[in-house]
Write a protein that binds this ligand. Sequence first.
Ligand code: ATP
Ligand code: MG
Length: 398
Amino acid sequence: MDVGTSRIKAAMAEIYGQDLHILGIAHVPSLGLRKGNIIDIESTSKSIDNCLNELERLTGIEIFGATVGFSSVSISIISNHAVVAVGNPIYEINEEDKQRVLQSARNISLPLDRTIIQTVEKQYIVDGYDGVKDPVGMVGSRLEAEVAVVVGAVAGIQNLQRTAHRINLRINQLVYNSLLAASAVLTPTEKEMGVGLVDIGGGTIEISFFENGSMINTTVLAMGGEYITRDLAIVLRTSMEEAAKIKENHGLASPDMANSEIMLNVPNIQGKETSKISQQVVADIISARVIEMSEMIMAEFEQFGCLGYMPAGIVLTGGGAELAGFAKVMEEYINIPVRLGWPENIKGIADEYNHPRNAALLGGLLYNQQNIVYTPAGNSQLNSMVEKVSSWFRDLFR
Ligand SMILES: Nc1ncnc2c1ncn2[C@@H]1O[C@H](COP(=O)(O)OP(=O)(O)OP(=O)(O)O)[C@@H](O)[C@H]1O
Ligand SMILES: [Mg+2]
């Protein structure tokens, strides 16, 4: 499930080894979030419940838990490094040594209001030899790990947990959205060479840099497609819903692409009267924000110090990036190759779901496939039932 500012999205798939079979995808409008943060638990839990009910209806399968994609302006990344001596007398590195060095690398001191969301393994170094992806089974006496720790505000995560708890949904795992989107759209070569990934959502923009196969840096800006919608609603004196429709159906990232003879109908706020506006004017309003967003994104990459290290360019995901001409305008403006990120790493998705806006959601299915823990079918269902009933009891006596 992807708990976004504009939409809550959920997907379910069956996993057969290397194959994913998508059973259903549901989307509902998201109420209760601003800039990626939950500001109203009641409305957010209702939206999530609507989304999961829709997915249950589509698949005929009851949902007890989900892997949840998470993003917030509070997110930052900290690089860390740890060393351990290999315990085994014949110096064969085992899983225990790997977990020990990871645990040690995760040991960072944080302010009280921050917590670790995820640890990303960058590389291992065995007796001074770097670039090791998995040290288990190798021989060495000194094991080092380099990790990137994704950190976020405790309050944001607790609010998400409370929201889920209210509808008896178990959060199996919380994963940073940008890592999920990356698994859906980036190729191994891009991640190895150096690539920027930018997810333009409704209220947030996640900006990440990948190199040598892993995420090196990331940040989240409080900006997104809803800012364009609001500009249009104010200038055209119409509702946010109508402004979003105009943007999505007729919007263009640059006035150069527009046809001034195409006139669009704009209902007034009450929806009773309609005026006319040319596509050119709409594109003018939109393009100002597109340039502003491109500038802000580039400033962040500059801050990361990676501008000269992105031979694979920038890949855009998120609904905001689906604005016609966005990638082209950004590419011209920043002079670095920019492409739209289609979730192509997931095979066999129906055309209606094959969109950049679904990158993080579908990446979540891949993430589960790669990190699945098999439990005997009967038992896992029973466990979920026990969990659901016990959380219901917890709710009752709170
Ligand atoms: N075809 C389109 N053209 C322009 N904008 C679009 C298009 N389709 C969707 N959008 C915009 O994309 C935004 C929603 O994108 P997305 O679903 O990725 O956001 P979200 O994940 O809910 O939000 P966030 O990631 O900020 O929490 C909205 O502002 C919507 O208007
Ligand atoms: Mg999003």
